[in-house]
Design a protein around this ligand. Sequence first.
Ligand code: B12
Length: 456
Amino acid sequence: MTRVLLIYPYFKPSYDRSSFRFPPLGLGYLASSLESAGYKPQLLDCTFLSREEASQRARDSKADIVGIYSMVSMQEDSLTFARLMRDRCDLLVAGGPLPSCSPEIFHGDFDLVVLGEGEQTLQEIVEAYEAGLDFSSIKGLEYRHPQQGVTIQTPKRDLQPHLDQIPFPARHLFPNQKYIDHWKRRLGYSATSVLTTRGCPFSCEFCSNAVFGATYRERSSDNVLNEVEEALALGYQRIHFADDVFTLNKKRMMKICEDIQARGLDFKWECLGRVDSIDAATAKAMKKSGCDRILFGIESGDESILKLMNKRISPDQARRAIEAAKAAGIKTGAFFILCYPGDTDDTVLKTIRFATSLSLDYLSFTVAHPLPGTMLSQRIKSKVGMGKEGKEGKGQSSAAIDHLLVYERDFSRAKMRFAILKGQIQFGIEKRSGLPLSLAKKPFEILTDGFFRIIK
Ligand code: B12
């Protein structure tokens, strides 16, 4: 039987301060689809391995076909694995968010690049490999023709319309105990991710939606909760719904909340939410069914910048949603982007002031990264020109995580770093509401506002 190895080349970089660690659901889905077709794929999740250990395991796998996931932060490691496995397997396949939007990066080192959703495509690749056929009749592929040297793109593959028909991710192939131990050590509880929808109908300027496009598909509540029960049975205490917009369809979300209670499931969960889809009634129902935290992508406190981002939300909506969640007893978190192309000193300071005035439990400030294929990256390329770290190749991965400057115009790197630090300290002061600190808030804000304005 053909041996397939799937690699998730994530190695924690020293500058990655985030505690969030989730298993690679995409590879889990590919593995379960292969399993239901009778194969026994291996999955190498590098999250808790050193590069040496991971390379050794890849070499020991004796795989015929090696599939490697890649996203912007894993570009170099995915290419390194491909070079390591080049002479140790017959077929190298790339897939994931980065190959789907920038396949050309992978042509030199891989035989095939899968564009978009991969379950069906990978299965057909394995079948064609076994039958000794070429790959030209498989939809959703891009590759360099071995003899002619030209790039071939096969017809686009339609997205799977019925998500309930896709087998649940092969969680038995993830290093679950390692994830559980990591979470307990870092956050005191264990959590894992479940994806209940695919895609997002919105088109935020900075978002990369190369895999699922601007589409939106849902799984049924029953299907979702069957998977949740499977994940909880592995020993996880909490579920992180990793959907782009879990709260988008209120009716469906309310059904999930009702069904959690009807099944008598007792677990905490959290999700990403849009501020325009949470009100007092939904927040109450979410809390009742175990929702502990909602994370909102608010991004800016300034209307004109929100418009530029094509976020389609307002600061007022953001404040109302957070108040509704808080009133229901749900913790709230929010993500903001500072020094977005188009921001001015005034709008950056307005965003920090707005963000730190919300009653949030968790607040993240980042700078924008112009991901390949996004409208933001187009706008920057055409109007500004990319800064040195933004050019293809080395530096791309670390810049994505470290939120470094990848374009240079209105804000220098020092100024961006200062803005983020100022925001974090201001939030820290706001959260620790002891008297001496709260008295320090206004002077700190005035002083650092002034300092921010004079930094070049
Ligand atoms: C959860 C999540 C995270 C988690 C961890 C990732 C994980 N292990 O789950 C956390 C919160 C840590 C995270 C962090 C980051 N993330 Co993130 N994340 C996601 C999110 C919301 C869901 C991932 C997921 O489970 N997808 C569901 C599965 C089913 O989809 P999939 O992985 O794409 O897999 C399918 C196909 O791609 C394909 N496929 C995938 N791999 C392979 C391999 C082969 C061989 C084949 C054939 C096919 C194939 O088939 C799969 C099944 O159909 C996505 C958005 C999204 N909707 O996918 C962003 C996303 C992947 N993240 C993104 C980014 C930019 C980041 C950060 C860099 C953000 C930052 N600046 O900090 C960091 C980097 C972290 C790091 N250190 O590497 C971008 C990537 C863009 C790009 N072009 O590369 C995305 C797409 C968000 C976006 N819309 O912009 N992320």
